[in-house]
Design a protein around this ligand. Structure first.
Ligand code: FRU
Length: 325
Protein backbone atom coordinates (compact mmCIF):
# COMPACT_ATOMS: atom_id res chain seq x y z
CA UNK A 1 0.00 0.00 0.00
CA UNK A 2 1.09 3.61 -0.52
CA UNK A 3 1.15 4.53 3.12
CA UNK A 4 3.66 1.82 4.04
CA UNK A 5 7.08 3.11 4.99
CA UNK A 6 10.05 1.87 3.04
CA UNK A 7 12.20 -0.98 4.34
CA UNK A 8 15.62 0.32 5.31
CA UNK A 9 18.52 -1.77 4.07
CA UNK A 10 21.99 -0.95 5.34
CA UNK A 11 24.88 -2.25 3.24
CA UNK A 12 28.25 -2.37 4.96
CA UNK A 13 30.74 -2.59 2.10
CA UNK A 14 34.40 -3.37 2.90
CA UNK A 15 35.66 -1.00 0.21
CA UNK A 16 34.28 0.77 -2.81
CA UNK A 17 37.46 1.96 -4.43
CA UNK A 18 37.62 -0.71 -7.12
CA UNK A 19 35.71 -1.51 -10.32
CA UNK A 20 34.32 -4.76 -8.99
CA UNK A 21 32.57 -3.12 -6.03
CA UNK A 22 31.32 -0.32 -8.27
CA UNK A 23 29.84 -2.93 -10.60
CA UNK A 24 28.14 -4.52 -7.56
CA UNK A 25 26.58 -1.18 -6.57
CA UNK A 26 25.38 -0.54 -10.09
CA UNK A 27 23.69 -3.95 -10.18
CA UNK A 28 22.01 -3.22 -6.87
CA UNK A 29 20.72 0.15 -8.03
CA UNK A 30 19.31 -1.28 -11.26
CA UNK A 31 17.53 -4.02 -9.30
CA UNK A 32 16.21 -1.52 -6.73
CA UNK A 33 14.18 0.16 -9.51
CA UNK A 34 11.94 -2.94 -9.38
CA UNK A 35 11.45 -2.73 -5.61
CA UNK A 36 10.08 0.69 -4.67
CA UNK A 37 9.48 -0.58 -1.12
CA UNK A 38 13.24 -0.85 -0.48
CA UNK A 39 15.65 1.91 0.47
CA UNK A 40 19.39 1.24 0.38
CA UNK A 41 22.17 3.03 2.25
CA UNK A 42 25.78 2.03 1.57
CA UNK A 43 28.57 2.70 4.05
CA UNK A 44 32.11 2.22 2.72
CA UNK A 45 34.64 0.95 5.27
CA UNK A 46 37.62 1.85 3.07
CA UNK A 47 39.44 -1.48 3.60
CA UNK A 48 39.37 -1.11 7.39
CA UNK A 49 37.94 -3.66 9.84
CA UNK A 50 37.63 -0.98 12.47
CA UNK A 51 35.64 1.34 10.20
CA UNK A 52 33.42 -1.51 9.19
CA UNK A 53 32.61 -2.39 12.80
CA UNK A 54 31.63 1.21 13.53
CA UNK A 55 29.63 1.44 10.27
CA UNK A 56 27.57 -1.57 11.34
CA UNK A 57 27.19 -0.16 14.85
CA UNK A 58 25.88 3.05 13.27
CA UNK A 59 23.36 1.10 11.22
CA UNK A 60 22.19 -0.57 14.44
CA UNK A 61 21.80 2.79 16.16
CA UNK A 62 20.03 4.40 13.20
CA UNK A 63 17.67 1.45 12.86
CA UNK A 64 17.66 -0.85 9.83
CA UNK A 65 15.32 -3.63 8.71
CA UNK A 66 18.04 -5.69 7.07
CA UNK A 67 21.84 -5.70 6.89
CA UNK A 68 23.88 -6.62 3.84
CA UNK A 69 27.57 -7.08 4.63
CA UNK A 70 30.74 -7.90 2.72
CA UNK A 71 33.32 -8.22 5.51
CA UNK A 72 36.80 -6.83 4.96
CA UNK A 73 38.34 -9.66 7.00
CA UNK A 74 36.22 -12.41 8.50
CA UNK A 75 37.30 -12.75 12.14
CA UNK A 76 37.33 -9.10 13.26
CA UNK A 77 33.97 -8.28 11.66
CA UNK A 78 32.12 -11.43 12.79
CA UNK A 79 31.14 -10.38 16.37
CA UNK A 80 29.29 -7.20 15.30
CA UNK A 81 27.48 -9.10 12.52
CA UNK A 82 26.48 -11.71 15.12
CA UNK A 83 25.14 -8.92 17.30
CA UNK A 84 22.93 -7.68 14.47
CA UNK A 85 21.74 -11.18 13.62
CA UNK A 86 21.03 -12.08 17.27
CA UNK A 87 19.00 -8.91 17.70
CA UNK A 88 16.59 -10.33 15.11
CA UNK A 89 17.62 -8.23 12.11
CA UNK A 90 18.08 -10.37 9.00
CA UNK A 91 21.63 -10.45 7.60
CA UNK A 92 22.71 -11.12 4.01
CA UNK A 93 26.41 -11.86 3.63
CA UNK A 94 27.80 -11.21 0.17
CA UNK A 95 31.11 -12.30 -1.43
CA UNK A 96 33.50 -12.32 1.56
CA UNK A 97 32.15 -14.41 4.42
CA UNK A 98 32.06 -14.06 8.20
CA UNK A 99 33.54 -16.77 10.45
CA UNK A 100 30.25 -18.07 11.81
CA UNK A 101 26.83 -19.04 10.51
CA UNK A 102 25.07 -16.04 12.05
CA UNK A 103 23.47 -14.95 8.80
CA UNK A 104 20.11 -15.31 7.10
CA UNK A 105 21.44 -15.79 3.57
CA UNK A 106 24.76 -15.92 1.75
CA UNK A 107 25.47 -14.92 -1.86
CA UNK A 108 28.72 -15.54 -3.66
CA UNK A 109 30.74 -17.88 -5.81
CA UNK A 110 32.50 -20.98 -4.55
CA UNK A 111 35.99 -19.55 -4.12
CA UNK A 112 37.52 -22.91 -3.29
CA UNK A 113 36.25 -24.24 -6.60
CA UNK A 114 37.56 -21.21 -8.50
CA UNK A 115 40.97 -21.79 -6.89
CA UNK A 116 40.86 -25.43 -7.94
CA UNK A 117 39.97 -24.55 -11.50
CA UNK A 118 42.76 -21.98 -11.58
CA UNK A 119 45.13 -24.74 -10.39
CA UNK A 120 44.23 -27.12 -13.17
CA UNK A 121 44.34 -24.32 -15.72
CA UNK A 122 47.85 -23.41 -14.52
CA UNK A 123 48.94 -27.05 -14.73
CA UNK A 124 47.66 -27.21 -18.31
CA UNK A 125 49.56 -24.05 -19.31
CA UNK A 126 52.73 -25.37 -17.67
CA UNK A 127 52.24 -28.82 -19.15
CA UNK A 128 52.72 -30.29 -15.70
CA UNK A 129 56.08 -28.70 -14.92
CA UNK A 130 57.16 -25.29 -13.65
CA UNK A 131 57.22 -22.65 -10.96
CA UNK A 132 54.45 -20.40 -9.74
CA UNK A 133 54.16 -17.12 -7.87
CA UNK A 134 50.84 -16.84 -6.09
CA UNK A 135 49.78 -13.28 -5.26
CA UNK A 136 47.19 -13.61 -2.52
CA UNK A 137 44.37 -11.31 -1.49
CA UNK A 138 44.06 -9.84 1.99
CA UNK A 139 45.16 -12.43 4.60
CA UNK A 140 42.00 -12.64 6.66
CA UNK A 141 39.40 -12.29 3.92
CA UNK A 142 37.61 -15.52 3.08
CA UNK A 143 38.04 -15.53 -0.74
CA UNK A 144 41.83 -15.26 -0.34
CA UNK A 145 41.86 -18.24 2.02
CA UNK A 146 39.49 -20.34 -0.10
CA UNK A 147 41.13 -19.52 -3.44
CA UNK A 148 44.51 -20.42 -2.04
CA UNK A 149 43.31 -23.72 -0.56
CA UNK A 150 41.58 -24.72 -3.79
CA UNK A 151 44.62 -23.81 -5.87
CA UNK A 152 46.99 -25.80 -3.66
CA UNK A 153 44.69 -28.80 -3.55
CA UNK A 154 44.54 -29.13 -7.32
CA UNK A 155 48.29 -28.67 -7.68
CA UNK A 156 48.90 -31.61 -5.35
CA UNK A 157 48.27 -33.74 -8.42
CA UNK A 158 51.34 -32.22 -10.11
CA UNK A 159 54.56 -33.08 -8.28
CA UNK A 160 56.69 -31.13 -10.79
CA UNK A 161 54.89 -27.86 -10.20
CA UNK A 162 56.02 -25.72 -7.29
CA UNK A 163 54.54 -22.59 -5.75
CA UNK A 164 57.78 -20.77 -4.97
CA UNK A 165 56.32 -17.89 -3.00
CA UNK A 166 52.92 -16.43 -2.18
CA UNK A 167 53.01 -12.84 -0.91
CA UNK A 168 49.83 -10.84 -0.31
CA UNK A 169 48.94 -8.06 -2.72
CA UNK A 170 46.03 -7.10 -0.41
CA UNK A 171 43.59 -7.20 -3.36
CA UNK A 172 44.97 -3.97 -4.80
CA UNK A 173 47.03 -2.66 -7.68
CA UNK A 174 49.66 -0.56 -5.92
CA UNK A 175 50.64 -3.13 -3.28
CA UNK A 176 50.87 -5.81 -5.97
CA UNK A 177 53.17 -3.70 -8.11
CA UNK A 178 55.56 -3.32 -5.17
CA UNK A 179 55.34 -7.03 -4.35
CA UNK A 180 56.08 -8.02 -7.97
CA UNK A 181 58.98 -5.59 -8.26
CA UNK A 182 60.50 -7.03 -5.08
CA UNK A 183 60.30 -10.56 -6.45
CA UNK A 184 61.98 -9.53 -9.68
CA UNK A 185 64.69 -7.74 -7.70
CA UNK A 186 65.20 -10.90 -5.66
CA UNK A 187 65.59 -12.89 -8.89
CA UNK A 188 62.83 -15.29 -8.02
CA UNK A 189 62.47 -17.84 -10.76
CA UNK A 190 58.93 -18.34 -12.04
CA UNK A 191 56.92 -19.36 -15.08
CA UNK A 192 53.44 -18.31 -14.03
CA UNK A 193 51.74 -15.76 -11.80
CA UNK A 194 48.43 -16.67 -10.27
CA UNK A 195 46.86 -13.64 -8.57
CA UNK A 196 43.68 -13.85 -6.52
CA UNK A 197 42.11 -11.06 -8.60
CA UNK A 198 42.61 -9.41 -11.98
CA UNK A 199 43.74 -6.07 -10.57
CA UNK A 200 46.73 -7.80 -8.93
CA UNK A 201 47.41 -10.00 -12.00
CA UNK A 202 47.43 -6.95 -14.28
CA UNK A 203 49.76 -5.12 -11.87
CA UNK A 204 52.15 -8.10 -11.94
CA UNK A 205 52.03 -8.20 -15.73
CA UNK A 206 52.81 -4.50 -15.97
CA UNK A 207 55.82 -4.76 -13.68
CA UNK A 208 57.15 -7.74 -15.63
CA UNK A 209 56.76 -5.81 -18.87
CA UNK A 210 58.52 -2.78 -17.38
CA UNK A 211 61.44 -5.00 -16.31
CA UNK A 212 61.50 -6.81 -19.67
CA UNK A 213 60.62 -10.08 -18.05
CA UNK A 214 58.77 -11.95 -20.77
CA UNK A 215 57.33 -15.35 -21.63
CA UNK A 216 55.40 -15.73 -18.40
CA UNK A 217 51.82 -16.79 -17.86
CA UNK A 218 49.33 -14.69 -15.90
CA UNK A 219 46.06 -15.82 -14.34
CA UNK A 220 43.54 -13.69 -12.50
CA UNK A 221 40.00 -13.78 -11.11
CA UNK A 222 36.92 -11.50 -11.59
CA UNK A 223 36.57 -11.20 -15.38
CA UNK A 224 34.99 -7.77 -15.32
CA UNK A 225 33.74 -6.19 -18.50
CA UNK A 226 35.04 -2.83 -19.70
CA UNK A 227 38.27 -0.87 -19.81
CA UNK A 228 40.77 -2.13 -17.18
CA UNK A 229 38.61 -5.20 -16.59
CA UNK A 230 39.89 -8.77 -16.74
CA UNK A 231 38.03 -9.71 -19.91
CA UNK A 232 39.67 -6.84 -21.77
CA UNK A 233 43.05 -7.85 -20.30
CA UNK A 234 42.59 -11.33 -21.76
CA UNK A 235 41.70 -9.86 -25.16
CA UNK A 236 44.78 -7.62 -25.01
CA UNK A 237 46.95 -10.60 -24.13
CA UNK A 238 47.95 -9.35 -20.68
CA UNK A 239 46.28 -12.27 -18.94
CA UNK A 240 46.10 -15.83 -20.23
CA UNK A 241 42.86 -16.42 -18.40
CA UNK A 242 40.59 -15.14 -15.69
CA UNK A 243 37.68 -16.71 -13.83
CA UNK A 244 34.33 -14.98 -13.75
CA UNK A 245 33.51 -13.86 -10.21
CA UNK A 246 30.04 -12.38 -10.28
CA UNK A 247 29.27 -9.61 -7.81
CA UNK A 248 25.85 -10.89 -6.75
CA UNK A 249 24.53 -7.33 -6.39
CA UNK A 250 21.31 -8.07 -8.24
CA UNK A 251 20.64 -11.24 -6.24
CA UNK A 252 21.32 -9.48 -2.93
CA UNK A 253 18.48 -7.03 -3.55
CA UNK A 254 16.17 -9.79 -4.79
CA UNK A 255 16.81 -11.86 -1.68
CA UNK A 256 16.43 -8.82 0.60
CA UNK A 257 13.03 -8.24 -1.00
CA UNK A 258 12.02 -11.86 -0.36
CA UNK A 259 13.20 -11.88 3.24
CA UNK A 260 11.50 -8.59 4.08
CA UNK A 261 8.23 -9.66 2.47
CA UNK A 262 8.15 -13.10 4.08
CA UNK A 263 8.61 -14.91 0.75
CA UNK A 264 10.54 -18.18 0.43
CA UNK A 265 14.28 -17.81 -0.30
CA UNK A 266 17.44 -19.95 -0.40
CA UNK A 267 19.92 -19.56 2.42
CA UNK A 268 22.97 -20.46 0.32
CA UNK A 269 23.12 -18.82 -3.09
CA UNK A 270 26.18 -20.00 -4.97
CA UNK A 271 26.83 -18.09 -8.18
CA UNK A 272 28.24 -19.92 -11.16
CA UNK A 273 31.68 -19.26 -12.51
CA UNK A 274 33.38 -19.85 -15.87
CA UNK A 275 36.89 -19.57 -17.24
CA UNK A 276 37.48 -16.64 -19.59
CA UNK A 277 40.37 -17.08 -21.99
CA UNK A 278 41.17 -16.43 -25.66
CA UNK A 279 38.48 -18.94 -26.65
CA UNK A 280 35.55 -16.93 -25.32
CA UNK A 281 36.71 -13.46 -24.19
CA UNK A 282 35.67 -11.71 -27.40
CA UNK A 283 32.24 -13.24 -27.61
CA UNK A 284 31.68 -12.48 -23.93
CA UNK A 285 32.68 -8.88 -24.54
CA UNK A 286 30.32 -8.51 -27.51
CA UNK A 287 27.42 -10.04 -25.64
CA UNK A 288 27.99 -7.96 -22.53
CA UNK A 289 28.20 -4.87 -24.72
CA UNK A 290 24.80 -5.72 -26.15
CA UNK A 291 23.30 -6.21 -22.70
CA UNK A 292 24.77 -2.89 -21.56
CA UNK A 293 23.30 -1.11 -24.59
CA UNK A 294 19.94 -2.63 -23.85
CA UNK A 295 20.21 -1.55 -20.23
CA UNK A 296 20.97 1.99 -21.38
CA UNK A 297 17.91 1.94 -23.62
CA UNK A 298 15.69 0.68 -20.80
CA UNK A 299 16.93 3.47 -18.59
CA UNK A 300 16.27 6.19 -21.17
CA UNK A 301 12.89 4.63 -21.94
CA UNK A 302 12.06 4.91 -18.26
CA UNK A 303 13.03 8.58 -18.34
CA UNK A 304 10.75 9.16 -21.35
CA UNK A 305 7.95 7.32 -19.59
CA UNK A 306 8.46 9.36 -16.42
CA UNK A 307 8.28 12.58 -18.42
CA UNK A 308 5.12 11.44 -20.19
CA UNK A 309 3.49 10.49 -16.93
CA UNK A 310 4.25 13.85 -15.39
CA UNK A 311 3.01 15.60 -18.58
CA UNK A 312 -0.16 13.52 -18.35
CA UNK A 313 -0.58 14.52 -14.71
CA UNK A 314 -0.06 18.19 -15.61
CA UNK A 315 -2.67 17.93 -18.32
CA UNK A 316 -5.06 16.28 -15.95
CA UNK A 317 -4.62 19.08 -13.45
CA UNK A 318 -5.20 21.55 -16.25
CA UNK A 319 -8.34 19.69 -17.28
CA UNK A 320 -9.68 19.72 -13.76
CA UNK A 321 -8.94 23.42 -13.49
CA UNK A 322 -10.71 24.05 -16.80
CA UNK A 323 -13.73 22.03 -15.71
CA UNK A 324 -14.07 24.09 -12.57
CA UNK A 325 -13.98 27.44 -14.39
C1 FRU B 1 37.09 -6.35 -4.94
C2 FRU B 1 37.73 -7.68 -4.74
C3 FRU B 1 37.65 -8.52 -5.99
C4 FRU B 1 37.76 -9.88 -5.43
C5 FRU B 1 36.89 -9.74 -4.21
C6 FRU B 1 37.18 -10.70 -3.14
O1 FRU B 1 37.12 -5.56 -3.78
O2 FRU B 1 39.05 -7.50 -4.34
O3 FRU B 1 38.62 -8.20 -6.93
O4 FRU B 1 37.37 -10.87 -6.29
O5 FRU B 1 37.07 -8.43 -3.75
O6 FRU B 1 36.43 -10.44 -2.02
Amino acid sequence: SYSKEKYKIGFSQCTSADMWRKAMHREMIIELAFHPDLELTIKDAGDSNRNQISDIQEFLNEGIDLLIVSPNESDPVTPIVEEVFNSGIPVIVIDRNISSDAYTAYIGSDNYLIGKEAGSYAAKLLEGRGTIIEIRGLDGSSPAIDRSNGFRTSLQNYPDIEIVTSPSGKWNYSDSKVVMQNMIDENIDFDLVFAHNDVMAIAAHEICKKNQVSNKFFLGIDGLYGKDGGTEAVIEGKLNATFLYRTGGEEAIQIAHKILNGLPFDRENILETVVIDSNNAKILKLQTEQVQNLQGKIESQNDILDRQISKFNDQRTLLIVVLFL
